[in-house]
Design a protein around this ligand. Sequence first.
Ligand SMILES: C[S@@+](CC[C@H](N)C(=O)[O-])C[C@H]1O[C@@H](n2cnc3c(N)ncnc32)[C@H](O)[C@@H]1O
Length: 240
Amino acid sequence: MRERSGDGATPPARLGGGRCLTPVEARRVYDDFGARQDGQGWYEDPPVEVLLRHAAFEEARCVVEVGSGTGRFARGLLDGRLPPEARYRGFDNSPTMVELARERLESFGERARVDLTDGSMELPMEDGSCDRFVANYLADLLDREAIVALVAEAGRVLAPGGLLGLVSLTFGRGLASRALSFLWGQLHRRRPEAVGGCRPIELAPFLASPEWRGVRRETVVALGLASEVLVAERCRIAEP
Ligand SMILES: C[S@@+](CC[C@H](N)C(=O)[O-])C[C@H]1O[C@@H](n2cnc3c(N)ncnc32)[C@H](O)[C@@H]1O
């Protein structure tokens, strides 16, 4: 197995809010939230559109998604955006979410598979076995070490030239969105489960290594709520 690319160093990224939910707590929150996750499209859809525009899914062969939720993103990919032979593999640590996604993707047969995890970032995938790795609104509910582990796992599982796509809540830019992200962070401090464990974060510093070449970094504000979209290419690292 290839070495995991993260060395455990924690980048000096700004992370809002307070204590993060543990995987067990997050599982409880999302088991309870279930299909209501699809109602978050009012702020999630515009940034996810940016990801779709810049991650060349039309050329993908194998897409991995962590925090796959109800399978809404996967359905959109498989419904015509991916080449017909491309496969999708989703992972989530909520049994309810996994069940919803499996139902939604059933008609795609063997092209789509969704598995339950224990919340760790160690995925049962071969090194370099996929060419797209996506996590939408997952990093913003993880603590610093787990974000490092997520990015390291993306680096392990992606083949060189593959693309990592991350979307998460971030800090606002204008007055209104800055105020909203501040209030969101405050709410996260008091009751993280009330905001699904998510809080504004800064993701780009987690990709500041020669392993990643930035393809796109954009902040998208939808109805006052800011999200960061990152697309980065997995570079080939010379063996020592
Ligand atoms: C905010 S939702 C986003 C779902 C989906 N990506 C979307 O954008 O609609 C976060 C998802 O990540 C899952 N999740 C939370 N912690 C996780 C972990 N440690 N590993 C895998 N999935 C996790 C939750 O169960 C939930 O489905």
